[in-house]
Design a protein around this ligand. Structure first.
Ligand code: AGP
Length: 608
């Protein structure tokens, strides 16, 4: 989704703004722009990459001490220069991430007052609205605050004005924004990575905050104008963590970081550690006491993690669990139950639908809430009673990989904790499960060594237009995740089915041009799955089977098998997703798609 950078400093901020945008590229965008104040307002916009905007800035020798910059992921209006941010009204410029739901009403009233709109965006309405406020409220900060009070929807904004060149105004509601306090000046951006170049001192703005940035000062107010104090944090994010290093793509780097990410996430149970409610926060003993069911709310890959957890929670902890797509739950009439633990799963912690679903659950009186999230200061984490922070490190590739496996690790710990609280986990079982969790990084490392063979398979996939993924039981969600990965980055249409459903419809699609990928661990469902594979072979379908070591499935014409190093019991989904991640990565490489920034997609989906 859109990314924002704002800077005011004693030195030239143009390189800072552009480098900030580069760091935000991973969020997904289709155009970029910058506006600076230096003897008046100068705006440059480009429908290409940030590198093209930087070339434009170079050619113009753009230099200034204050400015705003933006990467746009189109919502209102096609990607084109006219719709790219910043948007201007009179001498002021605005960048915006989010969606203004009442922009049409605002636009009509502003048009009636003579404002002319040049773009199709909702953002331009903000620019004109702020400008209109300046007629009666000459103070820019106040004008912005008053304008924001009329907006319905989500925003993070940055504003600069020709008539007021010594400060920038920023604000957020629903979309992420943080301030950076640097040696040379003050900054704001959509995430910390964009500001590491200038500072580690960051301040997370709360929903509704409006802030003024001056060269060496800042102030924050609430929507009604009352001053607000916000804590300063020293970011521990390492600059290396967001660099590619020896890897060709972030997705590849992140796939190979999984042993480390899992090791970090599971550090709390290293050595003699055991499972306990405290893993989920100091309030956990009280919040988890009396939990009788679990409701998981999430989107995309995080939703798939929840689906795997359902199998674990019901079989190991004997806790009934339902898993819902957040965007469905938030608009559906449901029956709240006070003994339900609501678990929201999100890599970014900013996904608009997941956040709204959580708020909806709160609104229904469901106060037992837990966030499983990779970003400690994110909006979702700040809204829940309990939290478990996965320690995957920044995930830059749009396709989620290490976030998924670390979410599974967190969910396995939750399963064991609830099982223990419910008296369903003997000491011996706990020790066995913990042993498997501790060994997980090593087990994942061994799976990664299969890459060369998977690469060969990927060569054959790239020419295909469709693929079917099959799995059963707790590996059905892994098949779903494999299909999502393949379509997301290689643009090959892929669908996943619970293998038993094949003959109830999808088998009609199977022919020699439809590769069928089967997740076939050596579990209690293997024999059933083998029958499903026969059904595919009998129709001429070409099978690619990820089996476990020792599984007796014989390779034959049209049936290719890759053996995983070991069978991993309950945690087997964590291992089985790895080859599917690698398969989609290599298929995308062969197809030459933009692996880390697939078309039309964004990393943090901060709009509905
Ligand atoms: C996965 O590869 C996706 N890019 C996407 O489905 C993602 O998992 C989803 O948008 C949810 O994001 P979150 O985990 O940050 O909430």
């Amino acid at each position: 989704m859109c990314g924002i950078v704002t800077a005011i400093a004693t030195n030239n901020v143009v390189p800072v703004l552009l480098e900030g945008l580069r760091k935000l590229e991973y969020r997904g965008y289709d155009s970029a722009g910058v506006a600076v104040l230096a003897n008046g307002l100068t705006r440059l916009r480009s429908t290409g990459r940030v590198a093209e905007l930087a070339a434009l800035a170079d050619a113009r020798q753009l230099s200034a001490n204050i400015g705003i910059a933006h990467t746009r992921w189109a919502t209102h209006g096609v990607p084109c220069e006219r719709n790219a941010h910043p948007h201007i009204s009179g001498g002021l410029a605005v960048v915006h991430n989010g969606i203004i739901e009442n922009f049409e009403a605002i636009k009509s009233s502003l048009q009636a007052r003579g404002y002319v709109f040049e773009s199709d965006t909702d953002t331009e309405a903000i620019a004109h609205l702020v400008h209109s406020k300046l007629a009666t409220t000459p103070d820019l900060f106040e004008a912005v605050r008053l304008a924001l009070n009329e907006l319905v929807g989500a925003y993070a904004i940055g504003v600069v004005a020709e008539a007021d060149p010594f400060r920038a105004i920023v604000a957020r509601r629903g979309s992420p924004l943080l301030l950076g306090v640097g040696e040379e000046g003050m900054y704001a951006a959509s995430d910390t990575a964009a500001l590491l170049q200038v500072t580690r001192k960051v301040i997370y703005l709360e929903d509704g905050d409006v802030a003024e940035l001056r060269l060496n000062a800042y102030r924050i107010v609430r929507p009604d104008g009352t001053p607000a104090e916000r804590e300063m944090h020293i970011s521990s994010l390492s600059a290396d963590a967001v660099e590619l290093g020896q890897f060709r793509h972030y997705m590849q780097k992140e796939i190979f970081e999984q042993p480390q990410a899992l090791g970090n996430t599971l550090e709390i149970i290293a050595g003699g550690g055991s499972v306990s409610p405290q893993l989920f926060g100091s309030r956990a003993p009280e919040v988890l006491d009396g939990v009788r069911r679990v409701l998981v709310l999430a989107c995309g890959t995080s939703y798939h993690a929840g689906l795997v957890a359902r199998y674990w929670l019901e079989s190991v902890a004997k806790v009934p669990c339902s898993v819902e797509i957040a965007s469905e739950y938030r608009y559906r009439e449901s029956v709240p139950e006070s003994d339900t633990l609501v678990v929201v799963i999100s890599q970014s912690g900013e996904t608009a639908d997941t956040l709204a679903a959580l708020k909806h659950a709160h609104g229904l009186g469901m106060g037992r809430t837990l966030a499983i999230c990779n970003v400690p200061e994110s909006a979702i984490v700040r809204e829940t009673a309990l939290r478990f922070i996965t320690r995957a490190g920044p995930e830059i590739g749009v396709a989620s990989t290490k976030a998924f496996t670390t979410q599974l690790a967190a969910l396995a710990l939750l399963t064991l904790t609830l099982a223990k609280l419910n008296g369903r986990l003997s000491e011996a079982e706990e020790a066995r499960h913990l042993g498997a969790l501790r060994h997980l990084p090593v087990a994942v490392q061994k799976v990664l060594e299969l890459e060369p063979e998977i690469e060969k398979w990927a060569q054959r996939f790239a020419a295909k237009h469709h693929a079917l993924f099959l799995g059963r039981g707790r590996h059905w969600p892994i098949a779903m995740e494999g299909a999502l990965k393949l379509k997301e980055i290689s643009y090959i249409h892929a669908e996943a089915y619970a293998a038993g459903e094949l003959k109830h419809g999808p088998l009609a699609l199977v022919d020699k041009d439809m590769p069928v990928i089967a997740v076939a661990p050596a579990d209690e469902l293997l024999e059933k799955l083998k029958s499903n594979l026969q059904e595919v072979r009998a129709r001429g379908g070409e099978l690619y089977v990820f089996a476990d070591a020792g599984s007796e499935i014989a390779e034959s014409e049209g049936l290719h098998i890759l053996h995983m190093p070991e069978h991993y019991g309950m945690l087997s989904p964590v291992l089985h997703v790895i080859p599917l991640q690698l398969l989609s990565y290599h298929a995308a490489l062969v197809k030459g798609t933009d692996v880390d920034k697939p078309r039309n997609l964004a990393k943090s989906v901060t709009v509905e």
